[in-house]
Design a protein around this ligand. Structure first.
Ligand SMILES: [Mg+2]
Length: 211
């Protein structure tokens, strides 16, 4: 592309912002509390319904986000290379790679994800409508990607639809034991009567209740 350098630089900046948006969305939509989102939906927050809808088909929105994120990252790196090669004909590719790797990791990944994990519920609500739109818009591409993924997994004897075989009860018990351990109660799931196996009364009754 024969764009003036300042225009290209602005385009690279915008692409990095979009990359940051996708990274934040990925983390927030994955990490948002199920309980909080459910409660917000009950209180009539329309965007909470969108978050729920997206999470009901998790593979879809994650594939869409990864597609979008990679698209902008690759475009940004191509444009950066084009600019750097003009100024440093010998080492342009090397400089572009070095600069963009650092910039994308810091501003396109770590920073937005750190923010998103700290404000997962709020961020998930604000990104949900645009991510839902993007997921719908890229639907056919995502279907093609998933077909390739499914086919590849089948070649290796796996099934893309297979879920973790851990039940809700097991997860609940794990959460209770973890919280008890963190608050100084049971240090680990207590199956033996060893001397360091302390189960707090509340954790014990909860474990029993969750069985
Ligand atoms: Mg990302």
């Amino acid at each position: 592309m024969d764009l003036p350098v300042p225009v290209t630089l602005i385009a690279i900046g915008i692409l990095i912002l979009i990359a940051a948006f996708f990274s934040a969305a990925e983390t927030a939509l994955t990490a948002a509390s199920r309980v909080a989102i459910h409660q917000l939906e009950r209180e009539g927050v329309a965007k909470a319904t969108v978050v729920k809808r997206l999470r009901a088909r998790k593979e879809q929105f994650i594939a869409a986000i990864l597609f979008g994120n990679n698209l902008v990252n690759i475009l940004a790196s191509a444009l950066t290379t084009e600019v750097m090669v003009q100024f440093f004909p010998g080492a342009g590719v090397l400089y572009a790679t070095a600069i963009l790797t650092v910039v994308l990791i810091v501003f396109g990944e770590v920073l937005p994800k750190t923010y998103a994990i700290q404000h997962a519920n709020r961020v998930s609500l604000s990104v949900a409508p645009s991510i839902e739109f993007f997921t719908k818009a890229t639907g056919p591409i995502i279907t093609a990607i998933q077909a390739v993924v499914g086919l590849t997994l089948r070649i290796f004897g796996q099934h893309a639809t297979e879920q973790d075989q851990i039940s809700a009860t097991q997860q609940l018990r794990g959460a209770i034991e973890l919280s008890a351990a963190e608050s100084g109660g049971a240090p680990a799931p207590c199956s033996t009567r060893s001397s360091n196996c302390r189960t707090s009364p509340s954790a014990k009754s909860w474990s029993t209740a969750a069985t």
